[in-house]
Design a binder for this molecule. Structure first.
Ligand code: AMP
Length: 124
């Protein structure tokens, strides 16, 4: 696993150096609208701690931070009215996962039928 890059764009958002369209914040978590939404609802949820990806977060974050992260996802899904209609969460990791920003984040996507997770041509 590569080391954490303090100059990544989400680290800058957390430091207040660049703005974000905030959806939710607590002691451990910040959530904001994706700048390039792929669905009517597209929220990014990030921990305030410095973790490169979901594996780093799961291995190294304190349990309070892990719990707060999942609680925040549930709360945002409820507040965005996604709970009954359904939604998708995605955590891209590393090169094969197509991760662009090396600060762990979960995408919450919803507000329309999202179709299959991967198109069959991309599955294998
Ligand atoms: P990933 O490919 O999982 O690393 O996703 C990174 C996401 O961050 C993409 O969906 C981008 O549109 C989004 N993104 C990049 N810069 C910003 C920004 N300044 N504010 C909000 N979302 C951003």
């Amino acid at each position: 696993m590569s080391s954490y890059d303090n100059d990544n764009i989400f680290a800058k958002i957390l430091r207040g150096e660049i703005p974000c369209d905030k959806v939710y914040e607590d002691d451990h978590v910040l959530a904001f609208n994706d700048i390039s939404p792929q669905a009517p609802v597209h929220v990014l949820v990030i921990p305030k701690g410095s973790y490169t990806d979901i594996a780093d977060f799961g291995a190294n974050a304190p349990v309070e931070e892990v719990a707060a992260f999942h609680k925040a996802i549930a709360l945002i899904a409820r507040e965005k009215d996604l709970k009954d209609s359904g939604f998708r969460t995605i955590a891209n990791a590393g090169v094969n996962g197509g991760q662009e920003v090396p600060h762990f984040h979960v995408h919450i996507l919803g507000g329309k039928a999202l179709g299959p997770m991967l198109r069959s041509s991309e599955a294998a």
